[in-house]
Design a protein around this ligand. Structure first.
Ligand code: PML
Length: 304
């Protein structure tokens, strides 16, 4: 098992292989972004997104493989929107867009499930993981506040890892990573890792790992904290450059809100962080393994 993300902001451009501005050159690619948003009145109900890229295996199946996959992704997103537990949408919008620049290919973070079934203990372990990722106690508390606020229709909140201040320019909107997905090989490899961990909803976990991996590669990211806004879904995670640490039960009882807090190194260029998340296409092309562990295996005896 190995992580694939290095921390720190100085090498942000080395990670992307380009600068944000250079990355905006008007090139096109043979990859497509497929996105879905569903709402009921003014209320956000659900959203999903993926990237469909040309795969070498498609060459054996004919040139229509990409368009077939785009159509099938759009269809499954519509079905998911119509069946979502947050309610019946009256508007489902699917956007299919050719990417203007080729996606950056990365490997998924290792998926480590913490063998803890108590939500209070899970949040303590989550706090410890965040502290070890160099997030101050005050900033961690601020991150939990972001998740408890009414963020269902918003993107992630960016939180300064030192002083806990909110960094995203429009907190009511947050920051939404777009143009992310897996190759076929990446999806299959991740599904093998995830299903071994006996999760209830492998697709939800896969999508969360892909998003967490994208966020972990953004310049300045130290860690991320997330639990779902789905009222029936109590799992959540802490992602650091080392791994996606998932907790089967993280959300406190009775909390219906959910969301994401991204902890950013103090002094990181917020404009670059936001630009990376909102414009750089990222394609997960492989997995990095995973396991189920007791907290003691991560920390020694002190939390176990
Ligand atoms: C979401 O994207 O809705 C949040 C999912 C959080 C946890 C996923 C998992 O079970 O690992």
């Amino acid at each position: 098992m190995s992580g694939n993300v290095d921390d720190g902001i100085a090498d942000a451009d080395a990670r992307t292989g380009t600068t944000a501005d250079e990355g905006r050159n008007e090139t096109t690619s043979d990859a497509f972004s497929v996105r879905m948003r569903a709402s009921a009145g003014d209320e956000h109900v659900s959203g999903a997104e993926t990237i469909i890229a040309h795969d070498e295996a498609d060459e054996t199946t004919g040139t229509d493989a990409v368009s077939d996959k785009v159509a099938s992704a759009a269809e499954s997103m519509v079905q998911r929107a119509l069946e979502h537990p947050r309610g019946n949408p009256d508007d489902v919008t699917v956007t299919v867009e050719r990417l203007s620049r080729p996606p950056r290919c990365v490997e998924a973070l290792p998926v480590v499930t913490l063998d803890v079934d108590d939500a209070d203990e899970s949040r303590e372990v989550a706090r410890e993981l965040l502290a070890r990722a160099d997030i101050t106690d005050g900033a961690v508390t601020r991150g939990f506040d972001v998740l408890r606020s009414d963020t269902a229709e918003r993107g992630a909140g960016l939180v300064d890892a030192a002083d806990g201040s909110r960094l995203d320019p429009i907190p009511a909107r947050g920051v939404r990573a777009t143009n992310i997905g897996t190759s076929d090989a990446g999806r299959d490899a991740l599904d093998v890792v995830i299903t071994k961990q006996e999760v209830a909803s492998p697709e939800t976990v896969r999508e969360a790992v892909v998003l967490a991996t994208t966020i972990a590669h953004a310049p300045g990211t130290r860690a991320e904290l997330c639990w779902s806004d789905d009222p029936d879904y109590a799992a959540g995670y802490v992602a650091t450059p080392e791994a996606y640490y998932r907790f089967p039960v993280l959300k406190p009882d009775g909390v219906t809100e959910g969301g994401r807090a991204i902890f950013v190194a103090p002094g990181a260029p917020v404009v670059k962080v936001v630009d990376y998340l909102e414009t750089q296409p990222v394609l997960v092309g492989g997995a990095s393994g995973g396991e189920t562990v007791e907290p003691a295996a991560l920390f020694g005896d002190e939390n176990g």
